[in-house]
Design a protein around this ligand. Structure first.
Ligand code: 6PG
Length: 249
């Protein structure tokens, strides 16, 4: 699956383009199956997208009552903690929407029982996200990329990269917080994957992810949905090495 890469000049263009692509993927799913299952990305970059989606003109583009909100990963912190991916999405998007509780599937990551948290969320996914073959097929998985090439909570050379028999994995020795993450087979089973990247700190990771062979040194390079679609939406800063305006080494 060759990724489509969109390079935008400004943050406003990045988030408007991302909002339109998000809306297109969700609209297609609702049209085809009556429901859309979307896993939101964590970190800070997507906040601009979620704020854009929360605006009236974006909200009007599809029936939000038909969307199920999931997460690609979550830190093992309380939902009101500034590090919570759920908290960020709630504050920038969900609180503006009139969603029913059953539409929002928070990835509850309890630090004291992360394995049990992973199993619980996996059961929730299995009970709601339509299976195709052996994997649940999200209509859209949103991802970010770290400066080290991690995506979701899949970190370079970490054992979770090799997990192929689970939907959700606990990540005990992750930087800063223990976490839960969707596994690569689930991400790569999605109909659409959109990876957002912004800023010069991501330039090396973006260049590595989009050139050369996929490898465990850069988990984002292992995101290869098939037959789903892979779209990277990055700004010019994040493109500066891949785009050739900065030396690779
Ligand atoms: C997480 C995220 C992670 C994020 C990248 C980029 O929970 O840490 O899911 O994969 O997307 O670290 O984060 P920023 O957008 O904050 O740079």
């Amino acid at each position: 699956m060759t990724p489509t890469v969109l390079v935008l000049s400004t943050s406003a263009q990045l988030f408007e383009t991302s909002a339109r692509r998000f809306t297109a993927a969700v609209g297609e799913a609702i049209e085809a199956r009556g429901t859309a299952h979307v896993a939101l990305a964590g970190g800070s970059t997507p906040a601009g997208l979620y704020e854009r989606l929360s605006q009236p003109e974006s909200r009007a583009r599809f029936d939000w009552k038909r969307i199920h909100i999931w997460w690609s990963d979550e830190r093992a912190v309380p939902p009101d903690d500034a590090a919570s991916n759920y908290g960020m999405a709630r504050d920038s998007l969900l609180r503006h929407l009139d969603l029913q509780p059953g539409q929002v599937h928070r990835m509850v990551a309890s630090p004291a029982s992360l394995e049990a948290s992973a199993r619980r969320h996996e059961e929730e996914v299995r009970g709601a996200v339509p299976m195709e073959g052996e994997w649940p097929r999200y209509d859209l998985v949103m991802l970010g990329i770290g400066a080290d090439g991690h995506t979701a909570s899949l970190f370079p050379h970490h054992p979770e990269l090799a997990v192929v028999d689970r939907l959700v994995a606990p990540v005990m020795n992750a930087p800063q917080w223990p976490r839960l993450t969707l596994t690569l087979p689930v991400i790569n089973a999605a109909r659409n994957v959109i990876v957002l990247g912004a800023g010069i700190t991501k330039a090396r990771a973006v260049a590595r992810a989009l050139t050369g062979e996929p490898g465990p040194d850069c988990p984002a390079s292992l995101v290869r949905p098939d037959p789903g679609h892979l779209l990277w939406i990055i700004d010019e800063e994040a493109n500066r090495i891949r785009g050739g305006s900065l030396p690779w080494e």
